[in-house]
Ligand binder design. Sequence first.
Ligand SMILES: Cc1cc2nc3c(=O)[nH]c(=O)nc-3n(C[C@H](O)[C@H](O)[C@H](O)COP(=O)(O)O)c2cc1C
Length: 359
Amino acid sequence: MKTKVTELFKIKHPIIQAPMAGGITTSKLVSAVSNAGGLGMIGAGYLSPTQLREQIRDIKKQTSNVFGVNLFVPGVYSIDEKAIDSANKLLAPIRQMLSIPTPNTVSYDDSGKVFEEQVQVLLEEEVAVCSFTFGLPSSSIIDEMKRQQIQLIGTATNVQEAISCEKAGMDAIVVQGSEAGGHRGTFNDNYEGSLIGLMSLIPQVRDHVQVPIIAAGGIMDGRGLLASIHLGAEAVQMGTAFLTTIESGAHPIHKKAILVATEEETVVTRSFSGKPARGLKNRYIEELQPFESDLPDFPIQNTLTQDIRKAATNQENAHFMSLWSGQSPRLAREVSVEEVMNSTIAQAEAILKNTLNLI
Ligand SMILES: Cc1cc2nc3c(=O)[nH]c(=O)nc-3n(C[C@H](O)[C@H](O)[C@H](O)COP(=O)(O)O)c2cc1C
């Protein structure tokens, strides 16, 4: 299946493994996807520049094929001590349940500085592909990366964002439907307005931009791949399908929660990070739900809940972990990356041969 995306990134199959920040996109996962003919992506949102450099070098030892890196574009946020105090009050009973102390102070990285250093690492390490979420970088960063022939991918959750991505010079656009697991990439609107299903979103974006579209959200197999291509996309970006693979670094409890989940169990919540993200509903989300709109913005809330998520993971307590998942958990399987890649392509080809379900 050759498309503009396979040509652009010099990959065999139009399948991109979603970057998943937070330790899921191990070098093993990324290199296995690239070795199987897809595009492996490092979710570098929470990596320090040093960690990012190390992982890029590690992956280069495991594959000679192309792979990419995803960065979080920093937004404006304020450190509002009053909002932080009230968030900590809400979190206190949860900390008590997990037997962790209330932190006296929390330090926040300068996300703007970290982002610029991450970009510098990509330039120095000559990474072939870079995708962005949560917004677009400055034109000077885009120009510099383009001068070094790095292929750039933006993320859009509505038509206007897709147009902005194209205008800014992105070579391709991830079109993220409301089905998608993890954080919403929305950057020009309130997120509720931009929770648009992929089947609506792809053709509307297609009619407004020229650059290739990469469909993301709920795609787990050849049916989703082919449907996306028919709607106007040139590739898919699959997250949840790769999260449960053997090579993924997701905690076994996270994998298991997805493997037994049903399609009605996910919700979009701001409660873990301050940014809306889709994950499996659990006790933490339910308890914070009435106060969601008062919680501090990303990355403040994310920093505040770090100790909770860490303790819950160490204690293997799924009630208080962030269990990001897309809306198709019933299609998730605990198999190798190679199996996901091969079966997705084989199924898409079989459907093409059999002209779908027409009688
Ligand atoms: C656990 C998890 C973490 C994610 N982290 C990122 C990220 O760091 N950067 C990004 O651009 N998208 C991230 N996403 C969103 C994916 O790029 C993609 O939109 C989503 O996985 C598609 O939906 P699906 O999970 O149903 O395949 C994440 C998704 C998941 C499930």
